[in-house]
Design a protein around this ligand. Structure first.
Ligand code: SF4
Length: 414
């Protein structure tokens, strides 16, 4: 098989792993245009100082021995298979890097003979890349659950970030759709890779491995698992294993199976999960404040606005006296807004014009705050507010900003 064909297959096979920030666009480009959102190849990641970097996103092999029902590379699919050698991968990375196409590598693989064999090949590749090819750029390496812990630990020494994809949030879901996978095993690897985990190195002198930390991915909508279950597990991963990111990938039907939905999962649901995830990481929310275990997030309204509507008794808050934690619970006030409010009110009492100048989204926040005791919103009725925030016509023509087309549907709160 020609090298170009191998590349096409292995780059295409990697695109359903969304541990990067560029999924979701379906715009089809004209052949006369420069650029196209559909093919895979280069994904983006963010460094700790906020820079966006381009990564070559590729599988080492798509010749998988597992049969995960939702995956295009599963063993029972009859399509072309290809595997790159460690040297081929290293050469490719170095050549792309020297041409300034990429700043790093995102390397994953299907399970080639068994998990340990696959992890050994990945280890060999990253070790070569660092020691023989002298590559100092960013490397995101997939960990293979089921491989020996020592092989994984050695690979972690060469990677900047590692990720074990949990895929589904329950053992039942995995049993149904990916029976060769095991959620506990993936979680155990994440726990042991946690840089503070003494047990992993067996030594009190810890070596700093994977400086960019760990991430994982969940496929959403392939099983009936609720957003509440997903977010509870996500919270535990952040709190106990210090994961840097959890990614959510809306299910895309690439295989036919009686166990799988035949429609893709809504990207709005994926977006709502990212919004809730943001609340957990940066706004001090607990999952229990956002959603119950058996619930799904609203598609019409974002999780923070939903929280405020369910807790109307806690509002309106006086912006001149509310704590930072309280301000962060107000729809329309973000972390930067809360900081600006707290800094500015040391000098004088703030009014609505001041808030506007600070960039506070008053058309949302006004329903949940007072300024010097003055209230200009409509917070007396949760149902009215819900419909206002969900984009129904309001007295002032307000509608919630949306990245996607939101179904027009009036929902009554009980
Ligand atoms: S292990 Fe499962 S998800 Fe991964 S490549 Fe193989 S079939 Fe696909």
């Amino acid at each position: 098989m020609k090298f170009e064909r191998k590349l096409q297959l292995l780059i295409e096979g990697a695109k359903y792993d969304v541990s990067c920030s560029s999924s979701g666009s379906k715009r089809i480009s004209d052949k006369n245009q420069l650029g196209n959102t559909a093919p895979a190849g280069v994904c983006h990641s963010f460094t700790s100082d906020g820079r966006c970097i381009s990564l070559l996103k590729i599988l080492m092999s798509n010749a998988c021995i597992y049969d995960c029902k939702y995956c295009i590379n599963k063993v029972s699919n009859s399509h072309e298979r290809a595997t790159l050698t460690p040297d081929e991968l290293c050469n490719l990375t170095i050549n792309f890097y020297k041409r300034n196409y990429i700043e790093g590598l995102f390397l994953s693989s299907a399970i080639i003979k068994d998990p340990e064999y696959t992890m050994q090949l990945l280890l060999k590749t990253v070790k070569k890349l660092r020691e023989e090819y002298n590559f100092g750029g960013y490397v995101h390496l997939k960990g293979i659950a089921g491989a020996n812990l020592e092989t994984i630990r050695q690979a972690a020494e060469y990677a900047d970030r590692m990720s074990f994809n949990a895929e589904l949030p329950t053992e039942e879901g995995l049993q149904l759709l990916a029976p060769q996978k095991n959620l506990k095993e993936s979680l155990l690897h994440m726990k042991r890779l946690n840089i503070n985990e003494l047990e992993y190195t067996g030594s009190k002198v810890l070596k700093k491995i994977i400086p960019a930390g760990q991430s994982t991915q969940f496929v959403i909508g392939a099983t009936p698992d609720s957003d509440g279950v997903l977010l509870n597990l996500t919270e535990n991963l952040y709190n106990h294993f210090k994961l840097k990111r959890v990614y959510y990938s809306a299910y895309i039907p690439v295989n036919k199976s009686e166990f799988l939905p035949n429609k893709p999962e809504s990207l709005i649901r994926e977006n709502r999960l990212y919004q809730a995830d943001w609340l957990l990481r940066f706004y001090g929310f607990k999952t229990a404040e956002i959603i119950a275990e058996d619930e799904n997030l609203s598609l019409e309204i974002d999780p923070k606005a939903m929280y405020a509507l369910k807790n109307l008794d806690n509002f309106p808050l006086e912006v001149n006296t509310a704590s930072r934690e309280e301000l962060l619970r107000v729809p329309g006030i973000g972390t930067t807004g809360a900081y600006r409010i707290i800094t500015a009110r040391r000098l004088c009492n703030l009014n609505f014009d001041d808030l506007k100048r600070m960039g506070i989204v008053l058309k949302r926040a006004k329903h949940f705050i007072t300024c010097n005791g003055k209230f200009v919103g409509y917070n007396n009725n949760a149902e009215t507010l819900y419909n206002l925030l969900a984009g129904e016509t309001s007295a002032d023509g307000y509608s919630q900003t949306s990245m996607f087309e939101i179904p027009k549907r009036r929902i009554l709160l009980t």
